[in-house]
Design a protein around this ligand. Structure first.
Ligand SMILES: [Zn+2]
Length: 450
């Protein structure tokens, strides 16, 4: 009997327990506890206490990298955490990295003037020597003068740097319209004028000057990824070296001449947004030239491929053969050639012969001898190339015949990385942009910055 009552009481209590649970479940049917992602703010206190900031930063980088690469089926995750910390973490934090392009450099002893205009004016932050904003002013236009070792902004002397932000997002500097902001800053014995622009705006602008008008969308997608990878590599390089700008606006890096509205180029950038080529977790030095001339880059001796193994392509590109730049010929009158050589070696006179002294395995000229009746001068291939603007590459032969110095050569550029005319021909043959990039940068893989 006692057992019966105990069982009965237990059943009743179980019933009430179940009823109260059901009631609770009925009142809160949609309560879902989210599975929170670990961040620096949600780590347990004990763990935070024993972990250093560097350690947490690295963990965050790895975590973000995994999220970053999760959607990319082609990617082999072969990254180093340190490299990611350097480059990609900042890029992820800011969502869109900014590129600092050097527009002008003036010696502080020289005199110069930089003009800025914008339809809605500028907001100008004047910084002190510690980089803090000293004051903010608005101006419709801006004239920076360099004189007496100082900077003058609309006639007023500035002791440190200026950050010039145009109200409508773009401003005109010396007649060219640029997206983004301008930074005017002293640096060592110079003053620098830097354009700070969003990565994708930078790539769009570069395509106008580095691509060819009328070329197909697919080729421009190839160039967009190469340009983006290259500049991301340079951003990381500048961060390590402490350089205040990332790239120059000339062909020393990538030619950059302000904004434009060309729809094909904008589409190429949009369709490849945030995609870069990577190697060991960091964007690659995606060099490219106009026409490679079929030279095998791995055979070039004057380049350290340990730093960029993806540039050591061991097979030739034969896709640029139909380009007019694949083989070329230029000739100089004897007297004119002699005058050009005298810029390097003034003793050259009554030139009697020009011969190649040394080539590397790839066929690039390393040294040339220029003979005069009294002496023979050895000129490095690079120097000769810089003296003769019409000579298109280091891959050439030279001979003296009938009062002229005749150069015959192959390709246009440095022969490393992507060949632009080759890429164009590949697109016409049906290759996609990803296959083309894999062909020219063996070992590199695709990564997403955002
Ligand atoms: Zn080629």
């Amino acid at each position: 009997m006692e057992l019966y009552f105990n069982v009965k009481i237990s059943c009743i209590s179980l019933f009430f327990l179940f009823f109260s649970y059901s009631l609770h479940a009925f009142r809160w049917p949609l309560t879902v506890i989210p599975t929170q992602q670990k961040t620096i703010f949600t780590l347990p206190k004990k763990k935070r206490a024993v972990r250093s900031r560097v350690r947490i930063k690295k963990e965050m980088a790895a975590e973000r990298a995994n999220v970053l690469f999760a959607d990319c089926a082609e990617l082999s995750i072969n990254f180093t955490q340190d490299a990611l910390c350097d480059v990609l973490l900042d890029a992820r934090k800011q969502r869109s990295p900014k590129v600092r392009v050097l527009l002008a450099r003036a010696d502080n002893h020289a005199e110069g003037e930089w003009k800025f205009t914008s339809s809605q004016g500028f907001i100008i932050h004047v910084h002190d020597n510690h980089g803090k904003i000293q004051k903010t002013i608005t101006m419709p236009a801006l004239i920076i003068q360099i004189k007496q070792n100082s900077l003058f902004c609309n006639g007023k002397r500035i002791k440190s740097a200026l950050h010039v932000r145009s109200v409508n997002g773009c401003g005109e500097y010396n007649g060219i319209v640029y997206d983004g902001d301008f930074i005017i800053t002293p640096h060592k014995d110079t003053f620098l004028c830097i354009n700070q622009v969003e990565l994708e705006d930078y790539v769009t602008a570069v395509l106008r000057t580095e691509s060819w008008p009328g070329w197909p969308l697919e080729v421009n997608k190839v160039f967009a990824i190469a340009c983006r990878s290259y500049v991301m590599f340079k951003i990381a390089e500048a961060q390590r070296s402490g350089r205040p700008y990332h790239v120059k606006n000339t062909n020393a890096h990538q030619t950059y001449a302000g904004k434009h509205d060309l729809p094909v180029l904008k589409m190429a950038v949009e369709q490849t947004r945030a995609i870069v080529l990577g190697f060991k977790g960091a964007p690659i030095l995606a060099m490219f030239d106009c026409c490679c001339g079929g030279i095998i880059p791995a055979h070039i001796e004057d380049f350290d491929f340990n730093k960029a193994p993806y540039l050591a392509r061991t097979y030739a590109c034969n896709f640029c053969k139909q380009s007019s730049l694949y083989s070329w010929q230029v000739s100089y009158e004897n007297a004119f050639f002699e005058s050009l050589m005298q810029r390097y070696a003034p003793e050259i006179a009554r030139l009697s012969d020009v011969r190649i002294l040394k080539k590397d395995k790839a066929g690039l000229v390393r040294e040339v001898t220029v003979k005069s009746p009294k002496r023979t001068t050895i000129i490095p291939g690079k120097k000769l190339y810089s003296l003769l603007k019409e000579v298109k590459s280091f891959h050439f032969d030279v001979q003296k015949k009938s009062g002229k110095i005749v150069f015959t050569g192959r390709g246009f550029g440095h022969h490393l990385g992507l060949c632009q005319w080759g890429a164009r021909h590949m697109v016409l043959e049906g290759w996609g942009y990803k296959s083309i990039l894999r062909f020219y940068y063996p070992g590199a893989y695709f990564m997403h910055l955002i």
